[in-house]
Design a protein around this ligand. Structure first.
Ligand SMILES: [Zn+2]
Length: 201
């Protein structure tokens, strides 16, 4: 067992940092030390920002995005195309598409994919809210920007079947998206190409 080299408060900081994506115990230790060294410029503002985030973060009841506003900033943005809705699996995918700056419309976050083996059915996803959003007829096109995984494609088929009786045009990202690839890991050029050359589902 590794010996402790710091008091429990610092050990706790390291353990929590080690749970962040991309950080292992070693890099968490380095990050903790960096924060402690730069406490005026980094640790204090970071702690303050985390407290604010803890108190203010909400899930948008319209689209499932995470923001400090509900409806979220994107849902409120009146310059966005009301005819286009992009269906994504996760907030990370939404943020990836936003970073690429290629979506003129708004989003709908499913909160995952259908996965019968893991007990994830339509009720566990934001599917009902998607159907409800189509009720007023404003949305003309749905872009299924789900990942090219088996579960992602199963989910896309399910949604397509569900919406066959609606006049909404359903498209999906072009095949620039690698199989099993997660949108969040794609560069902006690849994402933009996948959206531009989207095809009917
Ligand atoms: Zn929203």
């Amino acid at each position: 067992m590794a010996e402790r080299i710091a008091g429990p408060e610092i050990e706790k900081l390291i353990q929590l940092l080690a749970r962040l994506p991309g950080l292992g115990p070693r890099s968490a230790r380095r990050a903790a030390l960096h924060l402690i060294r730069k406490r005026e410029e980094l640790l204090y503002p970071l702690a303050d920002a985390m407290l604010v985030a803890r108190d203010k973060i909400k899930t948008c009841e319209t689209c499932g995005n995470i923001d400090t506003l509900d409806p979220c900033t994107i849902c409120r943005d009146s310059r966005r195309d009301p005819h286009m809705l992009v269906v994504v699996e996760t907030v990370a995918d939404l943020w990836a598409l936003e970073r690429a700056g290629i979506i003129a419309g708004r989003y709908h976050v499913l909160g995952g994919t259908l996965s019968p083996l893991d007990g994830v059915g339509p009720k566990e996803l934001n599917v009902d809210t998607l159907v409800a959003r189509l009720a007023d007829g404003a949305v003309k096109e749905i872009i299924l920007a789900v990942n090219a995984t088996v579960d992602g494609q199963t989910t896309a088929h399910y949604i397509t079947d569900l919406l066959t009786s609606t006049p909404v045009r359903i498209t999906r990202l072009a095949h620039g998206v690698p199989v099993g690839g997660e949108l969040d890991y794609l560069d902006e050029g690849t994402l933009a190409a996948a959206v531009r050359s989207r095809a009917p589902f």
